[in-house]
Design a protein around this ligand. Structure first.
Ligand SMILES: NC(=O)c1ccc[n+]([C@@H]2O[C@H](COP(=O)([O-])OP(=O)(O)OC[C@H]3O[C@@H](n4cnc5c(N)ncnc54)[C@H](O)[C@@H]3O)[C@@H](O)[C@H]2O)c1
Length: 280
């Protein structure tokens, strides 16, 4: 893997939730390339093995652990396994999360009292609850469990993943937008809470990246862009989707012991300008 620039994390231990996913896997490989030992976390440890193999093939050190970010006992068990193996935790990336397909509202606005049968009023709130649980509690719980072990460690850093839905609600995904707004708020809360213990807490707010997770909302089955996809591009001043690799530089900056040592509580948008464009 090519990095936009190098930082030195030699000897540090980084824990990545959702480490077998698109962004989590990429972040794991990037920090591995900087010398950190990487704990790749996923509900099924086998799914993280490919990421571990890639890191080892590039000369790094990594191991795949089972961890469900919605289950505190599972996180506590995982923390103990990591401490038994490597003795400490310096960096936590809370990447597990995402939108749940059945929690999406099919239309941007309520349009037709007679015929609009699938809408917010008929949405199963359990799906929205799952979305909040996965994204918000799936960030809070690992912060609670791993954060305690990180206090006082060298270059202790927690990075959360927010979204454009945190700056203002995105149509159709009220649960996801609410959860990500709460993650931004929790990032600022934690930055204050942990500040004197040496743990910095920041978040990345990715704009729109083409990944399997959002593919169904943005592309038709034949691969052509949906009207939503066109709106996204028109609302992004840089006029395109991001490439996932374009998040790496922002991550390295935020976890850099030298580059951002006085920076905490920041939600850093990486979005081609989407967050600062209101359409006119
Ligand atoms: N892709 C985008 O355009 C985009 C934009 C903004 C924010 N994000 C955020 O980035 C993060 C990663 O997204 P991605 O695109 O890589 O998606 P992804 O689906 O590839 O990765 C999500 C990972 O979370 C894991 N996960 C789900 N539930 C879990 C649980 N209970 N316990 C542990 N792990 C669990 C999944 O197995 C998967 O590995 C998410 O928080 C997402 O909301 C993505």
């Amino acid at each position: 893997m090519d990095l936009p620039f190098q930082i030195d994390l030699t000897g540090q231990v980084a824990v990545v939730t959702g480490g077998s996913g698109i962004i989590g896997g990429m972040f794991s490989r990037a920090l591995g390339k900087c010398g950190a030992k990487i704990a790749v976390l996923g509900r099924n440890a086998e799914h993280g093995q490919k990421v571990v193999d890639d890191i080892i093939a590039e000369g790094g050190e990594a191991y795949s652990f089972s961890c469900d970010v919605m289950n505190k006992e599972s996180i506590i068990k995982c923390k103990q396994e990591i401490l038994d193996k490597w003795g400490k935790i310096n960096i936590l990336l809370n990447v597990a999360g995402g939108a749940i397909k059945d929690a999406a509202i099919p239309q941007d606005q309520f349009a037709d009292i007679e015929g609009d049968m699938l809408n917010f009023f008929t949405t199963d709130m359990e799906n929205i609850r799952k979305e909040l649980d996965l994204n918000l509690y799936g960030t809070m719980l690992p912060t609670q469990v791993f954060g305690e072990a990180m206090m006082g460690q060298e270059n202790a850093n927690i990075i959360n993943i927010s979204s454009m839905g945190a700056y203002g609600p995105l149509t159709r995904i009220p649960g996801y937008s609410s959860a990500k707004a709460a993650i931004s708020n929790f990032t600022e809360w934690s930055a204050n809470y942990f500040a004197k213990s040496g743990v910095r807490v920041n978040a990345l707010a990715p704009g729109f990246f083409q990944t399997p997770q959002n593919h169904a909302l943005h592309f038709n089955e034949d691969g052509t862009p949906t009207p939503r996809s066109k709106k996204i591009i028109d609302s992004t001043p840089m006029g395109r989707y991001g490439e996932p690799e374009e998040l790496i530089g922002a991550l390295l900056f935020l976890v850099s012991p030298k580059g951002s040592s006085f920076l905490t509580g920041v939600i850093l948008p990486v979005d081609g300008g989407f967050h600062c464009y209101l359409g006119v």
